[in-house]
Design a protein around this ligand. Structure first.
Ligand SMILES: C[S@@+](CC[C@H](N)C(=O)[O-])C[C@H]1O[C@@H](n2cnc3c(N)ncnc32)[C@H](O)[C@@H]1O
Length: 288
């Protein structure tokens, strides 16, 4: 357990969501124009369990799994591993506000602890919408449900523990896959995107965030070394970086942005734009 910014407030705030912990300075904290109202709730939950999973040397590295050990520290793990993660979550809220229509559904496929679900929920412009949050790891959906129940926003959320390949998509104005497609077998990705396209309403959007690789080897090497520098700055040791990398081999299968763009086009999406990119971590908005 670590305390952020050296302050610990031993209180619980009724209705406090545990979705997003903001990386802020105290000066920013006191600036009333800096954050939307919900953020104040999140600021009170300033304890995060630190990810130390790969800190000790291992003789054998098992394939990475989204089990209880990972789910317990996931908020810290993803926050320290994905450049721009919190900003992307904030922008998912912005996109929800701009694009979600009344009487439609939003999907968070591979929802983990529900961070993107909460971001949509806090910014939906209409009361009569529903969010469906799906993950096939029970360790994640249990915690996601608790996070949703602790959040008092009115939009109904259905949390489903199932394979997103089995999830029917219907009457959708927004579908989010925030770092999930890279865990799906490559040969199943096109069918999944086609299903999402079919379930979106006209002008509906897919937010597809992925770790992407460069087609050219030297460009990839530069980005990989910068990414490792980012992880070091976020407190991961070289041992943690290399053991986690081995664990993710053959589990997280990245593709190039060109391959993703081509597949989105094949699935029917008429507009496809990259709206975030940092050291290979990329997010695309695709419009039906
Ligand atoms: C990197 S995490 C996603 C992070 C999350 N979207 C967020 O923004 O915080 C990937 C998630 O996808 C889930 N996942 C992977 N394959 C899946 C599948 N076939 N069906 C459902 N969930 C899946 C994993 O259990 C994991 O929770």
């Amino acid at each position: 357990m670590t305390f952020k910014y050296g302050i610990f407030l031993p209180i619980t705030i009724p209705g406090c969501a545990s979705g997003v912990i903001c990386d802020i300075t105290l000066a920013e904290f006191w600036n009333p124009n800096r954050f939307p109202p919900n953020t104040l709730n999140n600021l009170f939950k300033i304890t995060v369990k630190k990810d130390r999973i790969y800190a000790s040397p291992r003789t054998e590295i098992e394939a990475f799994q989204f089990d209880d050990k990972v789910a317990d520290v996931f908020e810290d793990m993803i926050g320290r591993s994905v450049p721009g993660y919190r900003m992307m979550l904030e922008m998912i809220g912005v996109i929800a506000r701009e694009r979600v229509l009344p009487d439609t559904q939003c999907y968070d496929l591979g929802c983990s602890l529900g961070a993107a679900t909460l971001s949509m929920r806090h910014h939906l412009p209409h009361a009569n919408c529903k969010i469906i949050a799906v993950d096939n790891a029970a360790a994640m959906t249990r915690r996601c449900l608790a996070n949703i129940q602790a959040d008092k926003s009115p939009t109904p959320v259905e949390v489903r523990c199932e394979d997103i390949l089995e999830t029917p998509i219907d009457n959708a104005s927004m579908v989010v896959m925030n770092f999930t497609l890279m865990f799906i077998e490559p040969e199943l990705r096109l069918a999944l995107l086609r299903k999402i396209y079919q379930g979106l309403n006209p002008q509906g959007v897919l937010i597809l965030s992925e770790k992407m690789k460069e087609e050219e080897r030297t460009s990839q090497d530069i980005l990989t070394s910068l990414y490792h520098g980012f992880k070091r700055i976020r407190g991961y040791s070289d041992l943690e970086i290399s053991q986690k990398r081995s664990a993710l081999e053959n589990v997280l299968i990245p593709e190039s942005s060109e391959a993703h763009m081509e597949r989105l086009k094949q699935s029917g999406f008429k507009q496809r734009s990259i709206w975030f990119k940092c050291f290979g971590f990329t997010s695309i908005i695709a419009v039906k």
